[in-house]
Design a protein around this ligand. Sequence first.
Ligand SMILES: Nc1ncnc2c1ncn2[C@@H]1O[C@H](COP(=O)(O)OP(=O)(O)OP(=O)(O)O)[C@@H](O)[C@H]1O
Length: 371
Amino acid sequence: MIEATGLTKSYGSKTAVYNLNFRVQPGKVTGFLGPNGAGKSTTMRMILGLDAPTNGSVTIGGHQYHQLPNAPRLVGALLDANAKHGGRSARAHLLCLAQLSGIPARRVDEVLDVVGLTQVARKRSKGFSLGMGQRLGIAAALLGDPQVLLFDEPVNGLDPEGIRWVRELMRRLASEGRTVFVSSHLMSEMAQTADHLIVIGRGQLMADLPVRAFIEQNSTGFARVRTPDGDEAGREKLVRALAEAGGQVLAEPEGTLKVTGVELPRISELAHAADVRLWELSPHHASLEEAYMRMTQGAVDYRSSDDQRSGLQAPPQQVPGGWQQPAGPQGGYAPPPLGGYGAPPPAHAAPPHPPHASHQAAAPYRPEDAR
Ligand SMILES: Nc1ncnc2c1ncn2[C@@H]1O[C@H](COP(=O)(O)OP(=O)(O)OP(=O)(O)O)[C@@H](O)[C@H]1O
């Protein structure tokens, strides 16, 4: 098990990671999610003893990395797939790592086989594609047959077949009882790979919950409704009727309405009764990616200025005579529940002041706490 306690890292005035508390359990794939610059790599480096925490600690099996007896045999990691000598062959690169850790040479051939690089084992790695480089990095992580594995963005540069392979490998490693900690900025990928999620934004913990719970909370459906272009009166009439029927309506930038709280057949009846024609009435599911974006919005360091994801970045548009707020608890676009994901970090910065003992981030939401 990996355990972080009050883990904090500052680089000068920049706080990269602040007061992280989490546990990564064996026998599961734990996804470590966060937008660019959230602090994932910094956290992983601290777990591996490559960076020293400014405050707090992180341990593996109760020990700091440097205190582990024979660490390379206990912990394997892929941090940077480019961290290799390009002039060496894949096999020579792995042999070198194996010798440094007292791992027998036959293990090199085993891991080359596991990652599918046997055919190119004697080729220089500088000619490798990004995907082959990732596979070589994964092979290096597996060399010591470790119980604890950390992968920083392992599917970067992989094609769909490679992504599926990584997903299956992670799941297999976890099913063997290993601790598997995988970082990504893609919720859609993690939703398919991980059992548990730890989400950070601007260095702070935003959620710590099973993937199943995240999906249950965020994959509720909604209806998309379009009235004829230019028929403002009809649109307003429908919005009023939907609101009176208990629905929640959000105007989308494209001119459509996003409706939750009213079933599709009922929307059709209401439109008919109000004598409003519909150009579109379709069922939808909010994607997990969207829910994740919503959770981490305000915790993103770098965002393009023309990000038009409907209802996510832009404030909801006012709907005349109807509901103006985003969907309620049953809607896919609901804001994180109060007391739910834990206090998000301050909107515009990681801790506004350098961390100090009295500034405690709220405990993250764990569904088991609610039971
Ligand atoms: N050595 C360093 N010196 C100064 N700032 C750093 C250093 N390493 C990381 N940072 C800063 O700390 C923050 C967290 O960076 P980190 O690389 O851990 O994020 P990340 O979640 O891994 O991002 P990405 O998904 O883009 O790799 C960033 O703002 C980054 O610029």
